[in-house]
Design a protein around this ligand. Structure first.
Ligand code: SAH
Ligand code: ZN
Ligand code: ZN
Ligand code: ZN
Ligand code: ZN
Length: 456
């Protein structure tokens, strides 16, 4: 068997909103730090590190939790003075400033003209008149030229302070919701009239932890509600991130869905639709949003079409699957439905009967692959259905006769029939009780009496 190396996940904890001094995290020059700890340890064994710099060489702040508890310093709030501004109101500086493209810090990549127009189009359709550009400077400069939309830029790049007044820019860390200057002008910006419609657009570095961004977005929404004396009311969110991060985003913000628009950048050789390094299926970057997808419009001239069945726009390459009831492609290729997996898969994938799933052919090692899968019966990661301990217990309890190997490979494990998988089996509810929490399925076995009630 292939020896498996599992890298232990580093969990993290952010400062609580409105936490009192005792719960506060130490500050580095980039605001409150984040508490990191290993999955196998408790948070009290953890350490604090910079929220924004993903390489210790760039911000070497590190303090053990125990040490911080020991000498609980008074938290220092480093509010800086706003820099002298030249306030040259016309030229968009993102055209001539050198982009800070170091991926472990700013990862500054600017939208192309089409992407800018995509955002402006959606704002018009959704009647948005106020936009918070969180880590989206070029979008800010694009929108401020449009007189019907007010925009405020929150960004970690201090150079924008030379072009924008405090009424429209604040130096800010989106990994910990830290304002480096006075945040009153931003609060004033958030103060709304009844018919104002606010949108938050964020394009964080793709190396950012999604937990941190989600936490910050929720904090901004709460701030907006508090300022306007509103009950818990959502704000529209556009979170720009690659399609392959869908599962992370869904876990942290289950209310977000992926829109199929592919965003391109002017200074990124891979995430663009021009040049040799460009990807053959287009940029992998998408918009995740809580705005219903049927309200967004993508241009046919740019390679999109309307799907009548899904009632939303999608890429022309995306073919509707009646079995899944969706246009399933995520990566820009045309997916195909696999009858054994009972879902749509990437076109180059091949079905592995051992693993009961489709996967890439190159480098496929069954044992290693299975150790990274989520079980379709119990929902746990680390094994597949044929090795599910919980299911084995349930079968023993019900004295079910053993299914032969063939049935296990091709049919549904629960009922033995072909043509659907355990995920969609109608008998599932006899054995499992399921609920959703924070975008993750919680699955537990039903107890026997419960099961009898169901059968009656
Ligand atoms: N596509 C966008 C720019 C995205 S690049 C546009 O064209 O408008 C990412 C941006 O986020 C950069 O401007 C960078 O300075 C900013 N940024 C990076 N880390 C940040 C952080 N921790 N907090 C706030 N902004 C950050
Ligand atoms: Zn399908
Ligand atoms: Zn398959
Ligand atoms: Zn396999
Ligand atoms: Zn299982």
């Amino acid at each position: 068997m292939n020896k498996e190396i599992v890298r232990e996940k580093l969990l993290l904890q952010v400062e609580e909103d409105g936490a009192d001094a005792a719960d506060q995290h130490p500050c580095c020059p980039h605001g409150p730090t984040v508490l990191f700890y290993r999955q196998s340890e408790t948070p009290s064994d953890g350490f604090y590190a910079c929220s924004a710099h993903r390489n210790p060489k760039l911000c070497d702040f590190r303090m053990d939790k125990i040490q911080w508890e020991g000498n609980r310093l008074k938290r220092l709030h480093n509010v800086r003075d706003y820099p002298e501004s030249t306030m040259d109101s016309d030229p968009d500086p993102t055209n001539h400033l050198k982009a800070l493209s170091q991926d472990e810090v700013h990862a500054q990549y600017f939208f192309d003209q089409k992407a800018l127009e995509f955002f402006a189009d959606q704002c018009r359709l959704l009647k948005i008149n106020q936009v918070v550009c969180m880590g989206a400077p070029r979008l800010h400069f694009h929108l401020r030229r449009n007189h019907k939309i007010q925009s405020f830029l929150l960004d970690f790049d201090e150079r924008f302070g030379a072009y924008l007044s405090p009424q429209e820019f604040c130096l800010y860390n989106m990994c910990n919701n830290h304002f480096f200057y006075n945040r009153e002008p931003f609060e004033l910006f958030l103060k709304c009239n009844n018919n104002d419609r606010v949108l938050i657009v964020t394009d964080p570095p793709f190396g950012c932890r999604t937990e941190l961004i989600a936490h910050t977005l929720r904090s901004l929404v709460r701030l907006h509600n508090r300022i306007n004396c509103l009950p818990a009311t959502p704000l529209s969110i556009f979170w720009v991130y690659p399609y392959y991060m869908t599962n992370y985003i869904k876990q942290d913000m289950p209310e977000l869905q992926m829109c199929d628009y592919k965003l391109n950048y002017t200074n990124h050789s891979r995430y663009t639709n021009v040049g040799i390094a460009r990807r053959s299926y287009g940029s992998p970057v998408r918009v995740f949003t809580n705005v219903p997808l049927e309200l967004l419009q993508l241009q046919p001239a740019e390679g999109y079409k309307y799907c009548d069945k899904c009632q939303r726009y999608t890429g022309i390459e995306n073919v509707h699957c009646d079995r899944c009831g969706n246009c399933c492609s995520q990566n820009g290729q045309t997916y195909r439905h696999c009858q054994f997996c009972d879902m749509c898969v990437k076109p180059n994938y091949v079905h592995c009967t051992n693993c009961r799933r489709c996967s890439q052919r190159e480098g496929h090692v069954c044992a290693l692959y299975q150790s990274m899968q989520r079980c379709w019966l119990c929902g746990q990661r680390g094994h597949i259905e044929t090795n599910c301990g919980l299911w084995l217990q349930l079968k023993r309890r019900d004295r079910q006769k053993k299914k032969d190997r063939k049935d296990q490979q091709y049919g549904c494990i629960i009922c033995g029939h072909r043509g659907h998988s355990e995920r969609k089996c109608t008998l599932r509810c006899r054995y499992f009780k399921e609920s959703q929490f924070m975008g993750q399925a919680l699955i537990v076995a039903r107890n026997k009496s419960n099961q009898k009630i169901r059968k009656l």
